[in-house]
Design a protein around this ligand. Structure first.
Ligand code: AMP
Length: 280
């Protein structure tokens, strides 16, 4: 695995790669890697001749300084994992490298995506995501970009940014990877206590119940039941919403002709967790 810390060196390396070397796949991450990230890397390796991974904890996408300051960092372990997974190139830029001053002040027309769910709860978050992925795509210019369904709304945001900016990159979605308990794998899980981590599995349990019962009961009553259960167990719930799978339009109730998702964000032990489940 070759590690690049500067944009210039990475660009030069990628430019010199002969075209015959084929297809470039790219997996952007913020590090503190787990099996969820590795599933993207594995998919990328199967479908491309060159696999590029980035690790950059992007300050622009944190709407709370404490979340940024406490974001886990396990860089030595991450590098071992990436070498073990057969990654060709790791891009490890500094903040200065990604954001020389003129790079920061760009906004994207993300439409309603910026106003619902994570967009509503975390002002500026998706602008930061769009900015960093736009810059990374300009640098790496991959054929394929690998994104996890764990961050379902993020996929829609990045697809919109790609369209707005005319990037020639195809988005490949990878399924959400869970811990044995059902808890969606996340770097932020590392900040939970043992008890908190066990409790956090209740989020997925409630999503599964909604999925099982959605043909029988109105979504509003299932949502209320789930919120009550989560609150009883010490969670603070930001939202539980039903939305279309295709373009993430919020729905009041389920229509079994429309592929949908239930999405949730909830806090436990000052850690904010998100999850989602496809319906049906
Ligand atoms: P992050 O490091 O959290 O920014 O995530 C980097 C990429 O990994 C994003 O595309 C995430 O959606 C994806 N990812 C994170 N956790 C999971 C998971 N549990 N399952 C699948 N993909 C994931």
């Amino acid at each position: 695995m070759i590690i690049f810390k500067t944009t210039e060196n990475l660009r030069e390396y990628l430019k010199d790669k002969p075209a015959s070397q084929g297809v470039v796949g790219f997996v952007p991450t913020m590090g503190a890697l787990h099996r969820g990230h590795l599933s993207l890397v594995n998919l990328c390796r199967q479908q491309n001749t060159l696999t590029v991974v980035s690790i950059f904890v992007n300050p622009l996408q944190f709407n709370q300084k404490s979340d940024f300051d406490n974001y886990p960092s396990t860089i030595e372990k991450d590098m071992e994992m990436l070498i073990g997974a057969g990654v060709d190139v790791l891009f490890l830029p500094s903040e200065k490298e990604m954001y020389p001053d003129e790079n920061k002040k760009v906004t994207y027309d993300l439409g309603y995506l910026d106003q619902i769910l994570e967009g509503a709860q975390r002002p500026g978050h998706f602008q930061g995501v769009a900015r960093v992925v736009d810059l990374l795509l300009q640098i790496v210019q991959p054929d394929n970009l690998y994104l996890g369904q764990k961050d379902f709304q993020q996929i829609k945001v990045i697809q919109r940014m790609i369209k707005l900016k005319g990037h020639h990159t195809k988005v490949v979605e990878a399924p959400l990877v869970r811990e044995e308990s059902g808890l969606a794998m996340s770097s932020r899980n590392e900040r939970l206590s043992g008890t908190g981590r066990k409790k956090a599995a209740i989020i997925y349990k409630n999503l599964k119940t909604i999925k099982e019962e959605i043909n029988e009961f109105p979504f509003s009553s299932l949502r209320k039941k789930a919120i009550d259960d989560l609150r009883k167990n010490g969670f603070k719930v930001d939202y539980i919403e039903l939305a279309t799978q295709k373009d993430l339009k919020l729905l009041n109730d389920f229509d079994n002709k429309i592929p949908s998702r239930v999405l949730v964000a909830a806090w436990i032990e000052s850690v904010r967790l998100i999850d989602n489940i496809p319906i049906p």
